[in-house]
Design a protein around this ligand. Structure first.
Ligand code: ADP
Length: 671
C-alpha cells in the first residue's frame, strides 16, 4: 500500500516562510510573557492556555474561602484543564479523587451502562449510553444507510459509504459501473474505529482497496470550499441535555481546521499528500508550515466566527449554510434516537420521561463544506478534544464548557430535593399498601373512589412535571449563552417534519413494531399537554368528586372525567408493595445495552412493573416502554460490559430479527 508522505512545493514554502517566521517570533514573545505563570502547562511542545493566561483573571487573585455546602464535581476522569477551570469559575469544587457522589462527573472516555445506572437523580455525567451508534464510523455509516434508503432526499449529507469487508463486492461493482460510464471518482478509506487521521488513505481506483480490512470507504468530496487555497473542515459543538425528551443545542462558534498544503484535485501524483487532503490538527501540526494563529484571520486553526465573516464578505448566504448545518445535525441525532432512548431507559428504569436527565453530552461534529457550501457530515466525536494548545482553543472551548455547565443548572439543593422526593415516594408506597380496587371485599363505590383518587394524584404529578418543564425552558432561555436550541425548534414546520422523521426512524429500527412509540413521539414533541389542559382535567375530577357522581352508578359514574387521549391510565400491574484529538478518544465498542439484565429483572420474583402514569405526560394505556424493573438492577457482576457489547447486536432492528425484543419493542407489540 502506498504510504502517505509529507509534502510542500517550493513556492508555497517561500510564500509561507515570512508568515511562519513572524508568527513564530511573536509567539516566542508571548511564551516569554507567560513563562512564569503557574498555570501554564507544557504538553507535547504545546503551551496549554489556561484561564490565568487571560489578563483579567491573572491580575485578580482572590482569597479562597471554604464553602459551607460545596458542590463537588468529579473531574478525575478528564485531563482537560479548561473543564476544571470553568467548573471552579462557576463555583464548583473539584473532588480530590474519583468521588462517585459528585454532582457533575466528567469523563474523557465513554462510561459504562452500570455507572449510569448507579447514578443518583441529582448527578450529571457527560456521556449517554448508546451514543456509539453514531460516533463509531461503521455504526454511523450503517445507520445512516438504513435511513437514507427511505429518505434519500433528507439524508443526502453523508458521502456515499461502504463498510468493509462486508460491502466489498458492492464497492467493486460501483467502481466498475463508474468505469463503464467513463467516470472517475476518488475514494477515502478510514479504519472503522479510527481517529486523528490514523490509517487514512486515498485511492483513485476502488479495486485496489484491500478487501479484508475493517474499513469505511467513502466517496471523496473532491471539490471542497477553500480558504486561501487550503482545504478545511469545521469542528462544530453540539450539546444534548436530554434524550427523553430530546433537547439539542448548537454552539455558535467552533474551529475551522485548515490543511497545510495548498489543495489540488486528487490525482495519482498527490493522493499521498496528507497535508493537502486531511484537515486534522493532529496530522497537520507535524507539518513545518503549520501556523499558530496570532490574529483571528491567520493561522491553521481559525474560528467559525471568522469563517462566517469571511463568507459574508464574499456575499455568501451564511444564514442558509447554518440552517443546513443545523438541519443536518438534528437529522443525524434523530437517527440516534431509537438507540439512545432505548439505552437510556435501560440504564434509568425509574426515571419518568421528562425528569432531569442524568446524562448530557458535548459532541464534536466534523463537517466539510463543498464549493457550494453544502455541508457534508464526516464524523461525530463523542470525546472531542478540549485541549487548549492555542489561544483560539481556549477562547472557544472555555466558553463552550462554561455555557454547557451553566445549562445543566446544577444546584446544591438538588441533592436535598432528591432525598425528599425519595421520602415522598416511600410514603406513597406505604399508602398504596392500603386497599386495592381489585380486592374482593371492595364495594363498587369504593372502587370508583380509589380510581378517582388515583387519577387525581396522577394529574397532580403531571401538572408538577409540566410546571417543571416550563421552568426549565425559562432557565435555558436565560442561560444559553452562545448556544441556541435546535431541537425542539421554534420553527413549527420544521418541528413537524422532524417529528414525522423521528416517527419513521423508530419504525425503521424497530421493524414496523413502533406504533406505541410513535404515539408517544407525537404527544411529546407535537402536541405536548399544556398546564391549562391538565388543570381542566383536574377540575373535572374535582367536580365529579364534589357531585359524588361516582357514588351514583349512573351513566357517567363509571367513567369519571373524560379519559382524554393523553390521560395516563394505570394498568393493573403486579406491583410488589414491599417492593480521545488528537487527543480525541478512539471510540471503543459502542455502549452496550444490558439486555440480559433487563430480562433477569423481569423474571425476578417481586420485580415491579412501572405504572403507566409515571412515565410521561400523555402516556397511553399501551405505553410501557421501560424495563419492567422498579428496583435498580445491576447487571450480573460476572458479566463485563464488553461481554454485553458482544452480546448486543449493533442495531435495534437486528435485535428484533433475532427475537430479542427490547422493552420498547415489547411495548409496541402490544400497541
Ligand atoms: P478521523 O477520525 O481519523 O479524523 P475523519 O473522518 O474525520 O477521520 O477524516 C479525517 C480527515 O479526512 C477529515 O478531517 C477530512 O479532512 C478528510 N476527509 C474524511 N472524509 C472525507 C471525504 N469523504 N471527503 C473529503 N475529505 C474527507
Amino acid at each position: 500500500m502506498p504510504s502517505i508522505k509529507q509534502s510542500g512545493s517550493l513556492s508555497s514554502l517561500a510564500d509561507r516562510q515570512d508568515v511562519s517566521l513572524s508568527s513564530l517570533t511573536s509567539y516566542a514573545r508571548k511564551l516569554d510573557t507567560v513563562a512564569g505563570q503557574a498555570n501554564r502547562r507544557v504538553d507535547n511542545k504545546h503551551v496549554e492556555f489556561t484561564e490565568s493566561d487571560r489578563p483579567k483573571s491573572a491580575s485578580s487573585p482572590k482569597k479562597k474561602r471554604k464553602k459551607k455546602n460545596p458542590i463537588i464535581v468529579n473531574l478525575s476522569g478528564t485531563r482537560y484543564e479548561v473543564i476544571r477551570q470553568m467548573a471552579e469559575k462557576l463555583g464548583f469544587t473539584p473532588s480530590k479523587d474519583d468521588d462517585p457522589n459528585g454532582y457533575l462527573i466528567w469523563n474523557d472516555s465513554f462510561v459504562s451502562a452500570e455507572r449510569i445506572n448507579e447514578l443518583k437523580p441529582f448527578q450529571r455525567i457527560n456521556h449517554f449510553p448508546g451514543m456509539g451508534e453514531i460516533t463509531r464510523k461503521d455504526c454511523l455509516a450503517r445507520n445512516m444507510l438504513k435511513v437514507s434508503k427511505e429518505f434519500p432526499e433528507e439524508y443526502s449529507f453523508m458521502p456515499k459509504s461502504w463498510i468493509l469487508p462486508s460491502d466489498y463486492s458492492q464497492l467493486v461493482n460501483y467502481s466498475k459501473d463508474l468505469k463503464s460510464k467513463k467516470k472517475s471518482k476518488t475514494f477515502i478509506i478510514k479504519p472503522s474505529n479510527g481517529a486523528q487521521g490514523h490509517g487514512i488513505q486515498l485511492f483513485k481506483n476502488a479495486e485496489k482497496i484491500p478487501a479484508t480490512e475493517h474499513f469505511i470507504v467513502q466517496e471523496y468530496i473532491e471539490k471542497p470550499f477553500l480558504l486561501d487555497g487550503y482545504k478545511f473542515d469545521l469542528r462544530i459543538y453540539v450539546l444534548i441535555t436530554s434524550c427523553d425528551p430530546l433537547r439539542v443545542f448548537l454552539f455558535n462558534d467552533g474551529l475551522v481546521r485548515m490543511s497545510t498544503e495548498k489543495y489540488q484535485n486528487p490525482a495519482e501524483s498527490n493522493i499521498n499528500h496528507m497535508y493537502m487532503h486531511l484537515t486534522n490538527y493532529s496530522v497537520n501540526k507535524h507539518n513545518e508550515y503549520y501556523e499558530k494563529g496570532e490574529t483571528v484571520d491567520s493561522g491553521s486553526k481559525r474560528s467559525i466566527a471568522f469563517l462566517n465573516e469571511y463568507l459574508r464578505n464574499k456575499d455568501r448566504d451564511v444564514a442558509l449554510m447554518w440552517r443546513n448545518i443545523s438541519d443536518m445535525i438534528v437529522k443525524t441525532l434523530l437517527v440516534s434516537m431509537p438507540h439512545l432512548l432505548h439505552a437510556y431507559r435501560m440504564c434509568r428504569p425509574c426515571a419518568p420521561s421528562g425528569s432531569d436527565s442524568v446524562c448530557f453530552e458535548v459532541l464534536g461534529f466534523d463537517v466539510l463544506l463543498d464549493r457550494n457550501l453544502k455541508p457534508w457530515l464526516l464524523e461525530i466525536n463523542r470525546s472531542p478534544s478540549f485541549g487548549t494548545d492555542e489561544k483560539i482553543d481556549w477562547d472557544i472551548k472555555s466558553a463552550l464548557i462554561e455555557n454547557t455547565i451553566k445549562l445543566l443548572n446544577i444546584k446544591v439543593s438538588d441533592k436535598r430535593r432528591n432525598i425528599n422526593a425519595q421520602k415522598q415516594e416511600a410514603q406513597k408506597r406505604l399508602y398504596r399498601t392500603g386497599k386495592r380496587p381489585d380486592a374482593p371485599d371492595v364495594s363498587e363505590y369504593e372502587k370508583r373512589r380509589i380510581h378517582f383518587e388515583k387519577r387525581k394524584e396522577e394529574l397532580k404529578e403531571l401538572l408538577a412535571r409540566i410546571k417543571k418543564q416550563s421552568l426549565r425552558e425559562d432557565y435555558d432561555n436565560r442561560n444559553m449563552g452562545k448556544f441556541r436550541r435546535i431541537f425542539p425548534t421554534e420553527d413549527k414546520a420544521r418541528q413537524e417534519k422532524y417529528v414525522r422523521l423521528m416517527s419513521s426512524i423508530f419504525n425503521i429500527f424497530m421493524s414496523g413494531r413502533a406504533p406505541a412509540m410513535q404515539k408517544e413521539i407525537q404527544r411529546i414533541y407535537k402536541n405536548p399537554l399544556r398546564e391549562e389542559d391538565v388543570l381542566d382535567m383536574l377540575h373535572e375530577c374535582e367536580e365529579f368528586e364534589k357531585d359524588g357522581k361516582y357514588a351514583g352508578g349512573g351513566k357517567g359514574a363509571a367513567r369519571g372525567p373524560k379519559p382524554l387521549q393523553s390521560m395516563p391510565v394505570c394498568q393493573p400491574s403486579p406491583i410488589d408493595d414491599s417492593e480521545e484529538e488528537d487527543d480525541e478518544m478512539t471510540e471503543g465498542s459502542p455502549m452496550s445495552t444490558p439486555m440480559t439484565r433487563r430480562r433477569s429483572a423481569k423474571s425476578r420474583p417481586g420485580s415491579m412493573v412501572r405504572e403507566q402514569s409515571e412515565w410521561s405526560e400523555g402516556a397511553s394505556s399501551t405505553y410501557n416502554s421501560r424495563p419492567n424493573s422498579g428496583v435498580r438492577s445491576r447487571p450480573p457482576s460476572n458479566m463485563s460490559m464488553s461481554n454485553q457489547s458482544n452480546q448486543r447486536s449493533r442495531s435495534l432492528s437486528r435485535m428484533v430479527t433475532s427475537g430479542k425484543y427490547t422493552s420498547l419493542q415489547r411495548s409496541t407489540k402490544r400497541g
